[in-house]
Write a protein that binds this ligand. Structure first.
Ligand code: ATP
Ligand code: MG
Length: 240
């Protein structure tokens, strides 16, 4: 979906610490309405810490987090979720002994169960497989199928801004491409997305823009097509 230039998520001058250790350093990131942005960087560069800062699981020492223009820096996580934020966490974290349907229901736990018909319809329309498999236990599904459940679950809260932490992790190469097709598909349904990845090629090939983190600093940013051509990115920051 082409982004219309209205900021949905803004990180401005973010400095996040764990104890005395300064992790995120003057980080500035913007994701516009309907935009697909990827956040690249090697291990320990601060990608997950960025998502935790956006969710309010850690608080920055200085800087501002805004959702749809509203300063949410001091708001608890649940309030941010109510304002349209959702996450597909690392390793998907499904409820394995629960069915697909129950997992989807959990994605809308802030809402009364009776009101969920439209949400289920939307998710089943995006992922017909989840309807077919709604009574299967999530833990018995394949890695790629579990990825769909995790995305479906996040979409049940009707997010305006979806965060994803390393969706390609643990997937076979053929499923990685499939998984990114699904991500693009969800984005095209109108959801703004910030996708954390180490797989630069696949994520940049579907993204509008990208940022590259190195030891907690944004060292490169730009249009995805330009970053894809950038040799410095591969050599210096991604080691491949
Ligand atoms: N709760 C914590 N307490 C102390 N240090 C932490 C904590 N969480 C993360 N860190 C440190 O912060 C740095 C950034 O970690 P983070 O998880 O954000 O990196 P990442 O880019 O997501 O890495 P990966 O690609 O390995 O997932 C690392 O050095 C990590 O050890
Ligand atoms: Mg991480």
């Amino acid at each position: 979906m082409s982004a219309n230039g209205t900021p949905m998520l803004e990180l401005e001058g973010i400095n996040t610490y764990y104890g005395q250790i300064h992790i995120l350093q003057d980080e500035n990131i913007v994701v516009n309405e309907g935009e697909l942005v990827c956040l690249l960087g090697g291990n320990a560069s601060g990608k997950s810490t960025t998502l935790k800062t956006i969710l309010g699981l850690v608080r920055p020492r200085t800087g501002t987090v805004r959702l749809a223009g509203e300063d949410v820096t001091q708001l608890p996580t649940a309030h941010r979720i109510k304002r349209g934020l959702a996450i597909v966490p690392e390793n998907r974290r499904l409820f394995g002994p629960m069915t697909v349907l129950e997992n989807l229901e959990m994605g809308a736990y802030l809402r009364p169960k009776a009101d969920l018909k439209a949400e289920f319809e939307r998710v089943y329309e995006l992922f017909p497989l989840l309807y077919e498999r709604r009574t299967q236990l999530a833990g018995t599904m394949s890695g790629g199928e579990q990825q769909m459940v995790a995305m479906g679950r996040a979409l049940m809260s009707q997010p305006k801004m979806l965060l994803m932490d390393e969706p390609s992790m643990g997937l076979a190469p053929i499923l990685v491409e499939k998984s990114f097709e699904i991500i693009k598909h969800v984005n095209e349904s109108g959801v703004g997305m910030l996708v954390v990845e180490q797989n630069a090629n696949v994520s940049l090939s579907i993204a509008d823009r990208g940022y590259v983190l190195s030891t907690g600093r944004v060292v490169l940013e730009g249009k995805a097509a330009d970053l894809l051509q950038n040799e410095e990115l591969r050599k210096a920051y991604l080691g491949r």
